[in-house]
Design a protein around this ligand. Structure first.
Ligand SMILES: C[S@@+](CC[C@H](N)C(=O)[O-])C[C@H]1O[C@@H](n2cnc3c(N)ncnc32)[C@H](O)[C@@H]1O
Length: 292
């Protein structure tokens, strides 16, 4: 059953992501042979825009024919994320001052798609539309929109400060390191990893202490923490760097405490011993305090 789920939904997501990403080929083809600043040409060319709209509509039609019901719901989300990743690539390699925003689009769309894909690989039983983490929380959506507004407003008011290539490069590095750490944690924990903190111990649930879990007790949260701040460093958004750092620090402090109560309940002395040897990995977060 679990394997079937991966074959159907995981495979559908890969095909759909690639189909969405395929939209990138249209402006690339129409720009071939042109000697003008190519990305400006591609993004402003009306024929290219019409071609992209026709492509997106045709792909959606194809997905409707290929997939039904819940699998179509997966496909359409993966296709949208592939499309967003492709648009991000075009903007990133363009010669406009929006380049950092292109890298940001790639980071965000890749993060959400890969959350689904890796869950399909490691824990297909828990796979659902929520595995894309697209409807994470209202706060998450507000944070995303705030960062787009800050980037645009500051770009209009202080164009000389955006982009700062060295700062954007540092942000991109944080995003890449954070993403790798998070996905390494998911792959290391395997079926023990669940986007929803489990309150009841499954029979198959074992304590993971190896790999990245021997560096930090909460490596996927460490990765997500630095990834989220990295997206704002990349955009050179000073207000959102501070806001994201504070909000995600508070979020993970509470989440770690709640999670460790359940882990102590599940694994008792084994978890306490692990906790005494390995740090959480997040600055100034020590985890649940034990009564002496
Ligand atoms: C979203 S995952 C986060 C895992 C971990 N906190 C991290 O940051 O990598 C939450 C699930 O992982 C499980 N979990 C957390 N640490 C674990 C460990 N060391 N071994 C096994 N399961 C763990 C929890 O029971 C929970 O259901």
């Amino acid at each position: 059953m679990a394997g079937t789920k991966f074959v159907l939904e995981g495979r559908a997501s890969v095909c759909s992501f690639v189909l969405g990403l395929g939209a990138v080929c249209i402006p690339l083809l129409s720009a071939a042979g042109s000697d003008i600043a190519w990305v400006q040409t591609l993004l402003s060319g009306i024929r290219t825009k019409i071609a992209i709209a026709v492509y997106v509509a045709s792909v959606n039609g194809l997905l409707l024919v290929l997939y039904k019901g819940p699998v179509y719901q997966v496909a359409v989300r993966a296709c949208f994320l592939g499309f967003a990743f492709g648009c991000g690539l075009l903007v990133s390699f363009g010669k406009t001052s929006w380049r950092p925003f292109g890298w940001y689009m790639c980071s965000l769309s890749f993060f959400h798609y890969s959350e689904y894909l890796v869950t399909a690989i490691i824990n297909p039983r828990s796979l659902s539309l929520d595995s894309f983490l697209l409807n994470h929380s209202l706060e998450y959506k507000v944070a995303a929109v705030s960062s787009w507004v800050e980037f645009t407003v500051e770009k209009l008011l202080f164009p000389e400060l955006k982009p700062l290539p060295w700062l954007s490069a540092l942000g991109l590095l944080m995003v890449l390191v954070g993403e790798c750490l998070r996905k390494s944690a998911m792959l290391t924990a395997g079926s023990n990893f669940n986007h929803i903190v489990q309150n009841e111990k499954a029979q198959s649930h074992v304590l993971v202490t190896g790999g990245v879990y021997s560096w930090f007790r909460h490596p996927s949260y460490v990765g997500w923490f630095y990834w989220s701040i990295g997206t704002q460093v990349l955009l050179c958004n000073p207000l959102c760097v501070l806001g994201y750092a504070l909000a995600s620090w508070r979020f993970f402090r509470e989440r770690i405490e709640e999670e460790e109560i359940t882990l102590i309940h599940f694994f008792g002395e084994d978890y306490l011993e692990y906790k005494s040897k390995v740090p959480t990995g997040l600055p100034f977060i020590t985890g649940i305090k034990m009564e002496p």
